[in-house]
Design a protein around this ligand. Sequence first.
Ligand code: NAD
Length: 306
Amino acid sequence: MSTTTARTGVRAAVAEPTSTDSTQTARILQGSPIAGAMRARVTEDVVAFRQRHGFAPTLAVVMVGRDAPSAVYLQQIIRGCVKVGVEGRVVEVPEGADAREIQRQIRSLNDDPLVSGIIIQMPLPAHIPLRVIIDTIDPGKDIDGIHPINAGLLSLGYDGFLPATAHAAVQILRASGYDLEGLDAVVIGRSNVVGKPTGLLLLREHCTVTVCHRRTRDLAAQTRRADLVVVAAGSPGLVRGDMLKPGALVVDVGINVVEDGIVGDVDFESAKTVAGAITPVPGGVGPVTNAILMEHLIRAARDQHG
Ligand code: NAD
């Protein structure tokens, strides 16, 4: 265990930095190996499902209009489907379509026995009432856990479909060997899809959780006392190294398309010299999210087909 990690009392199975960069203290938590192991298990499950039922499950992604981060995410999802042998179907709805048209598409996917999971790409155009769309998804096919039934199950601590990104933010830590029990955790972001469910999942892991947002008065004061910081704000460079407690675990969920490519919400260069462990962007939470969606899909398919 590295000394920085030990300082916060964060327990890790393996915590030695893997990079040769001399200024780096943080262990870099790469998502790809974790995702690869998950995908290998899912691939076997898909083969078994196909043998038993004669078809591979389909993941349908409903995309309304175009938005840069969503398009990146969509490409990754479709690639993930190919890797585990399931079908990925993109249902493109024109930007100007009304809620009824989107609902019609979702109902037809609900009724399609080949489709086991449905994802709605966010954000939806401003004129579409989000609640109406979410309510239309069959909760048994809601593999990204956005339906009120799945959100309710999560808040009560029962089994349902978890929002994949929130699930991934916690899973990347668990799979890297960290025991989260008792940690002071700060989540930045309170969206229904990422921040809020991440907070609930960390409570389930027995963390003491603070959820911060745009109106939090002194963000740095919150993050500086945290053993674990999960950032899901959509704001590049929001969390710098000087806002972190030495040795803290840092999970960067942000995906921001900037001139130089894709960056997260954490200023990686300064944060990695202070944190005990940190997820990179790209290559951290993203690949794990993708693999988790595939896990949720095969679970949904099995539930639907017995
Ligand atoms: P959102 O815009 O719905 O919510 C952002 C939240 O962050 C809000 O609660 C807001 O109050 C808070 N916030 C924004 N700026 C802040 C600031 N300066 N200080 C404190 N709080 C601030 O976004 P979202 O859908 O929750 O997504 C968050 C980020 O995660 C985005 O970058 C998104 O692209 C990314 N994302 C990543 C994955 C993945 O798999 N890695 C999946 C979904 C979303």
